[in-house]
Design a protein around this ligand. Structure first.
Ligand SMILES: [Cu+2]
Length: 149
């Protein structure tokens, strides 16, 4: 009789413990959900910050400059301050040329009958000379102007 009561008691206790455990589990699950939810929300706001950052990235202005008979065409390039300049330089000559703009650390070789891409940020106003950076037959006269307004 006594044993039975004790057994019942211990059964009850273990039932109570189980209930407590499952409550703990539920609480743990709730906390994990909340924490995850918080992280997902902050990540979302971070990604929207990244998006708005990229929306503010500079506009790209693209040009194709052709080199023929040691001459740049066009030899006048006009961009706005703050623009990203992308120049596709096509060399039609049978000799290697180059394109350099000192103030923007541009120095690019353009292989004969080949193409090179030049990219830089026009972050300061002014008129800058671009020129052929490779010794060629028209070296001294091969130049143009980049105007940043
Ligand atoms: Cu040249």
């Amino acid at each position: 009789m006594n044993d039975q009561t004790e057994l019942n008691n211990s059964e009850e206790r273990s039932l109570y413990k189980q209930e407590k455990k499952s409550k703990k589990k539920y609480l743990g699950f709730l906390i994990i959900t909340l924490v995850l939810g918080f992280f997902i929300m902050t990540r979302d706001s971070a990604s929207s910050k990244i998006e708005s950052f990229f929306q503010q990235k500079p506009r790209i202005k693209e040009f194709t400059v052709t080199i023929k008979d040691s001459q740049f065409t066009p030899d006048n390039i006009v961009v706005s301050e703050g623009e990203m300049v992308k120049i596709t330089a096509k060399n039609l000559d049978e000799q290697t040329h180059g394109m350099a703009i000192d103030q923007f650390q541009v120095w690019k070789e353009i292989p004969r009958e080949g193409t090179s891409t030049i990219e830089f940020l026009a972050d300061k106003k002014g008129t800058y000379k671009f020129y052929c950076s490779v010794t060629c037959s028209g070296h001294t006269t091969m130049k143009g102007n980049l105007i940043v307004e």
